[in-house]
Design a protein around this ligand. Structure first.
Ligand code: MLT
Ligand code: MN
Ligand code: ZN
Length: 299
């Protein structure tokens, strides 16, 4: 099973257009490598690829990663695209994938409803780009030989669909994670998670690799950096550190490799320092654009 981190940053990217936080300033002055918005590519063998979430930066991500280049006058190795939620950082890239190129989209009914209610997505002709509605916990063939399933994760509806009393932490078809299995390997991709429940912990325990929500290091990080007014949990993202943070919980689950992805530009783990050290000392990895991971089959 092969992975390429196409975009390690959360919505907005690093740097974000209107952000002058420490990391964004460093990314503009070559102190940090810029990072694009949230997406992961997966393949078996490298011939065909599935893209997990279609980032607004997908054009650059395809250009930057030769595995995804066309091999003929009209061609793509991208066979399928999975959408895990309806936030813009995960759906806008679909608009770049027009040009009458056949591929498959896998998504829940809730996310299909978002695409249906925004006529701009009609640019993807349903006769060319097939939408496959996925029922949570039911496996489907994502690529030849690679089975996937989506499962509900605590979260909230997309930001642009929130009303005044948005429920946070609900498990529904609006926020899902992806389970992948092939050759005896078990991999998970969970870019947004408000709370690591017992059932989610049980699900991912003992996995070979988990790509996990690394949006914020501390819950009040955006308030303290004066870049926002909401806590991470209010945004549907549990923090890395602290009691109930993902670091402590995930460290107990006997997972082969844990890679933080969907990392917000304010997150101190982008730069050298005690926060990044803490993550690395636990054996966790900090995702970055272009990172390649290959796992040999177990069976
Ligand atoms: C999120 O992950 O919280 C969203 O991407 C926020 C956004 O759409 O800006
Ligand atoms: Mn996001
Ligand atoms: Zn910033």
């Amino acid at each position: 099973m092969r992975f390429v981190v196409l975009g390690a940053a959360a919505g907005g990217g690093l740097p974000q257009w209107n952000c002058g936080c420490r990391n964004c300033a460093m990314a503009r002055s070559s102190g940090l490598r810029p990072q694009t918005q949230s997406s992961l590519a997966v393949s078996l063998g490298g011939l065909n690829w599935a893209i997990l979430n279609a980032s607004p930066d997908i054009r650059q991500q395809i250009n930057d990663n030769t595995q995804l280049h066309p091999r003929g006058p009209r061609d793509t190795p991208i066979m399928s695209v999975v959408l895990t939620n309806g936030d813009l950082d995960h759906i806008v890239g679909l608009l770049t994938l027009r040009e009458r190129q056949p591929f498959q989209i896998f998504l829940t009914g809730a996310i299909a409803g978002i695409l249906d209610s925004n006529p701009v997505f009609r640019v993807l002709d349903p006769n060319t780009v097939q939408r496959n509605l996925v029922v949570p916990n039911k496996s489907f063939p994502l690529l030849p030989g690679l089975d996937a399933s989506l499962f509900a994760v605590p979260g909230k509806v997309a930001l642009f669909m929130e009303d005044e009393d948005a429920t946070i932490g609900a498990e529904s078809e609006h926020v899902t994670g992806v389970a992948l299995s092939a050759g005896g390997l078990r991999a998970f991709y969970i870019p947004g998670c408000a709370h690591l429940t017992e059932s989610l912990a049980t699900r991912i325990r003992g996995a070979d690799i988990v790509f996990f929500d690394g949006t914020l290091f501390t819950d009040d990080e955006m308030i303290r950096t004066r870049t926002g007014t909401k806590t991470g949990r209010r945004m549907g993202h549990m923090p890395i550190s602290g009691e109930g943070g993902s670091l402590k919980v995930l460290a107990r689950l006997d997972i082969g490799r844990i890679v933080y992805i969907h990392i917000n530009n304010t997150n101190p783990i982008w730069r050298d320092g005690p926060e990044r050290d803490l993550v690395l000392r636990h054996g966790f990895e900090v995702g970055c654009d272009g990172a390649e991971i290959s796992l040999a089959p177990r069976s």
